[in-house]
Design a protein around this ligand. Structure first.
Ligand SMILES: NC(=O)c1ccc[n+]([C@@H]2O[C@H](COP(=O)([O-])OP(=O)(O)OC[C@H]3O[C@@H](n4cnc5c(N)ncnc54)[C@H](O)[C@@H]3O)[C@@H](O)[C@H]2O)c1
Length: 324
């Protein structure tokens, strides 16, 4: 059995490959390196440089390798960019996922785990948000992911696919052993940005909105350690291989931290002082977004090992220190 990892040169995909190789899986990676990095792809995985837009290449990969499972991370990930260039998001996230599903169907590959997002939920759902809450994405990014979810669900309904749709909340941290971390250019994730500031790679951190109805006025989010997210994927893969049913699951811890709490955690851990610029709320932002992750624990027996903000920050900081 060979696992195809799309987007394996990116932040989360590269961590996933390390875990798959630790499990002695055969891994083939496709990535066009648009935001990913060749050096992030662990040795031991077979790397094919190319895009999911290239249907010929996709068919060739499924012909040349005995792909049993697909872990689909490749995509464009910026909400603001999706607002300014929506068609690029429908092209790369939705249309290219259609290419992948078609190639899988043609080859008879019947298992997939898909990287979806909390951005599919209707804004204003009270936290914690559960999988049965209404979906109605506020951004083209979220919509491009929800459309992919729908294509996957429709293929599941034909009986030709079993799939795990994982809706990530805020992914952060780095491999505890220091083998991987986040190198995505211009990443806007708060913990990464704060760690960059603490290590002198940027001058300041901008806080968008200090008047939210939260405990300290700043936005509250559910941060999940990338290693725990990868372990959720592995549990999902095992579930599907054991014949388990398709599932859509939130990936978070069910606990929220405010922007100020995160900045404080980074300052304490790094012993550095971070210059903060207070700015207005951004359109489309929310006061609070926290996962109800009970279903992930119940259905997959998932036990996170790093559900602690200081641990997440510590690993992210160690990675940034290596990069300076
Ligand atoms: N990081 C988060 O907090 C978060 C939250 C929710 C969902 N997600 C989803 O998780 C997935 C991985 O995110 P990430 O943070 O690792 O992003 P990333 O940008 O680091 O990785 C994405 C990878 O996909 C590759 N890629 C993009 N388009 C491609 C194409 N057409 N063909 C081949 N490769 C292509 C990129 O080069 C990159 O290596 C994405 O689908 C993203 O939407 C991430």
């Amino acid at each position: 059995m060979t696992v195809l990892v799309t987007g394996g040169g990116g932040y989360i995909g590269s961590h996933m490959i390390l875990t798959l190789l630790d499990q002695k899986e055969d891994v083939v990676v496709i990535d066009n390196l648009v935001t990913g990095n060749r050096d992030a792809i662990p040795a031991g995985a077979q790397f094919i440089e190319g895009s999911l837009a290239d249907t010929g290449l996709l068919n060739e990969i499924f012909c040349n390798h005995d792909i049993s499972d697909v872990l689909h991370f490749a995509g464009s990930t910026s909400v603001p960019e999706s607002v300014s260039d929506p068609l690029a998001y429908y092209r790369n996230n939705t249309a290219n996922s259609l290419n992948l599903l078609e190639a899988m169907a043609a080859a008879g590959t019947g298992r997939m785990v898909f990287s979806s997002t909390a951005a599919v939920y209707k804004p204003g759902c009270p936290s914690p948000v559960s999988e049965t809450d209404p979906v109605d994405p506020a951004s083209p990014y979220g919509a491009s992911k929800l459309m992919t979810e729908r294509m996957i669900s429709d293929m599941v309904a034909t009986g030709r696919l079993r799939a795990g749709i994982l809706r990530y909340f805020n992914v952060a941290g780095a491999d505890p052993a220091g083998r991987a971390g986040q190198s995505t250019p211009n990443a806007a994730h708060l913990i990464k940005v704060a760690c960059e500031a603490a290590t002198g790679q940027r001058d300041s951190v901008t806080v968008f909105g200090t008047d939210w109805p939260t405990r300290d006025g700043t936005g509250v989010r559910d941060y999940i350690h990338v290693t725990d997210l990868v372990s959720a994927h592995l549990s999902m893969l095992r579930h599907l291989r054991d014949g388990g049913a398709s599932l859509t699951l939130n990936c978070g811890y069910g606990q929220g931290f405010s922007v100020r709490e995160v900045l404080h955690a980074v300052e304490s851990r790094s012993k550095a002082s971070i210059d903060v610029i207070e700015s207005d709320r951004r359109p489309g932002d929310l006061a609070e977004l926290i996962a109800c992750a009970d279903k992930l624990r119940e259905r997959l027996g998932w036990h996170p090992e790093h559900a602690d903000i200081d641990t997440i920050v510590g690993h992210a900081l160690a990675w940034e220190r290596r990069r300076v």
